[in-house]
Design a protein around this ligand. Structure first.
Ligand SMILES: *[C@@H]1O[C@H](CO)[C@@H](O)[C@H](O)[C@H]1NC(C)=O
Ligand SMILES: *[C@@H]1O[C@H](CO)[C@@H](O)[C@H](O)[C@H]1NC(C)=O
Ligand SMILES: *[C@@H]1O[C@H](CO)[C@@H](O)[C@H](O)[C@H]1NC(C)=O
Ligand SMILES: *[C@@H]1O[C@H](CO)[C@@H](O)[C@H](O)[C@H]1NC(C)=O
Ligand SMILES: *[C@@H]1O[C@H](CO)[C@@H](O)[C@H](O)[C@H]1NC(C)=O
Ligand SMILES: *[C@@H]1O[C@H](CO)[C@@H](O)[C@H](O)[C@H]1NC(C)=O
Ligand SMILES: *[C@@H]1O[C@H](CO)[C@@H](O)[C@H](O)[C@H]1NC(C)=O
Ligand SMILES: *[C@@H]1O[C@H](CO)[C@@H](O)[C@H](O)[C@H]1NC(C)=O
Length: 419
């Protein structure tokens, strides 16, 4: 059904593209650019209009003042690391693939030369569906330039993609070619599983905080490593769920703070109501008296940092001793135990081992922990969710009304033919 609104939509889109084109000179359109790249035929095949696969993602491009498309090369599609993501591509899972492709489009035109070596930047993408992310304004990708001019993009579950061909400009932005797919960040529980931070995860179940921590939009979580829980022993293992909840609420901030925001001396108000304080000493970063041991693990609703000590909201002034490799526990009467507290609270879904005594370290949730399958089923997830996201619906509507094709032809440079 071709209506007036269709015409005005198409006209508006053409105007926008033409404007960009006028500003940037002789730049080619995306379709022409991609069709000339031998290493990008798989990616081009996914968004090319006449192949009718996932061109709808391009409809969004004109709404941004320039985008950066991280285009995985052909090799990348042959070595997708997670089985469920692999299956999604094998089975043409519309919902998953659309969202994965959106995660490959960064807001803003980012040229490789704009990166400052060693300083990561966190760049919002076009991935916004709450089914896949609760980072409002678009899930982020971490971008950093490492020694030897190696440019890396870090995505979910610590996945790393390396830039192999830079700055292919087109009239709506730039294409950067990468050697492996970006993985949309998984939710908190799947991420904790993949990295084996199980005591913290168990504590969330034991205190009934899993839902909040996993779905609350825009959060920063400082998860103590398993060894931190073990070091406390009786000081934490026998807490009531309310007591435990207070401890855990002291690990979450109601906003996203990547490592770059953890500056020396800054205080952050936690969900529990007390502040935590950041301290830098030499190359080390501390949160109260806990050392930051792994920063910037992207999760579906924000970011996860791992620390080596459990934080105590009753001692918010705790300071580290930077001379020590391991900080002393922040709780009185701590003594080390050899099992992982709270892990028995984690519901077991796949081939569960027989549980012996409660809280026993023998509970290891073996199969669900394998990053290969968990990771996959996580951020990219939901091969079984056949329902479309709202965006999927919009795209379907666009296809029916003809909006879609028009916008796409414009985006890919075929506007003249259509209109
Ligand atoms: C295309 O891929 C091949 C093999 O992966 C590589 O050797 C070549 O440099 C790539 N071409 C460009 C232009 O990057
Ligand atoms: C985002 O939050 C909503 C609840 O507001 C939840 O249903 C959804 O599963 C969350 N998305 C992810 C990826 O966790
Ligand atoms: C959520 O975090 C992102 C990234 O830090 C930010 O751009 C966005 O404005 C935040 N949204 C809200 C509602 O705070
Ligand atoms: C997590 O534990 C499993 C089983 O012990 C192991 O195979 C896997 O390599 C561990 N993963 C990480 C990231 O340490
Ligand atoms: C928990 O409390 C019980 C009873 O006081 C005690 O026997 C047990 O050893 C305690 N567990 C830990 C890990 O301290
Ligand atoms: C938290 O720190 C801020 C300063 O950054 C301060 O204004 C506020 O009073 C502190 N809150 C608490 C509960 O100590
Ligand atoms: C961080 O701030 C503290 C207190 O102001 C100061 O003593 C320390 O030297 C600073 N650390 C770094 C690495 O600058
Ligand atoms: C996290 O995502 C997985 C799907 O990968 C889902 O099964 C699980 O319920 C989610 N966790 C929470 C707490 O929502």
């Amino acid at each position: 059904m071709r209506t007036t609104s269709w015409r005005s939509f198409a006209a508006a889109t053409v105007g926008l593209i033409a404007g960009v084109n006028a500003q940037t000179g002789q730049l080619t359109d995306l379709g022409t650019l991609l069709s000339g790249q031998k290493n990008l035929t798989t990616f081009y095949g996914l968004i090319q209009i006449d192949l009718q696969k996932y061109p709808q993602i391009l409809l969004q491009l004109p709404s941004f003042n320039g985008v950066t498309i991280l285009a995985p090369n052909n090799d990348a599609f042959d070595k997708i690391p997670y089985s469920s993501l692999n299956n999604a591509f094998k089975n043409n899972d519309q919902d998953v693939i659309t969202n994965v492709l959106e995660y490959h489009i960064l807001q803003g035109t980012r040229l490789a030369a704009q990166l400052v070596p060693g300083t990561p930047v966190f760049i919002p993408t076009l991935l916004t569906s709450p089914e896949y992310t609760n980072v409002t304004g678009g899930q982020n990708v971490q971008n950093v330039e490492q020694a030897g001019d190696v440019v890396v993009f870090v995505s979910g579950l610590g996945s790393r993609s390396t830039l192999t061909q830079k700055d292919l400009s087109f009239n709506g932005g730039v294409v950067q070619v990468i050697d492996s797919l970006l993985i949309p960040p998984a939710n908190l529980t799947d991420t904790l599983n993949a990295f084996n931070y199980t005591a913290f995860e168990g504590g969330l179940y034991a205190s009934d905080l899993v839902e909040t921590f996993t779905t609350q939009p825009n959060v920063t979580i400082f998860a103590p490593a398993d060894s931190a829980f073990q070091a406390l022993g009786p000081a934490i293992a026998n807490m009531t769920s309310d007591e435990l909840a207070t401890i855990l609420d002291y690990t979450i901030l109601p906003k996203i703070v990547y490592s770059t925001g953890l500056t020396n001396g800054t205080k952050f108000l936690t969900q529990q109501g007390e502040n935590i304080t950041i301290l830098h000493s030499g190359n080390n970063v501390y949160v109260n008296s806990a050392q930051l041991i792994q920063a910037d693990i992207l999760i579906a609703n924000g970011v996860l940092h791992v620390i080596d000590n459990v934080l105590n909201p009753q001692g918010p002034g705790a300071q580290p001793n930077p001379q020590l490799a391991t900080q002393v526990p922040a709780f009185a009467s701590a003594s080390s135990i050899d099992f992982l507290p709270y892990t028995s609270a984690i519901p077991c879904t796949v081939s569960c081992p027989v549980s012996s005594t409660s809280g026993s370290s023998s509970i290891t949730r073996t199969s669900s922990v394998g990053a290969q399958s968990t990771g996959a089923s996580t951020g990219t997830s939901t091969t079984s969710h056949s329902s479309s996201s709202s965006k999927g619906l919009a795209a379907a509507m666009a296809r029916e009304t003809g909006f879609g094709a028009a916008g796409l032809m414009v985006a890919l440079g075929g506007a003249v033919l259509m209109i």
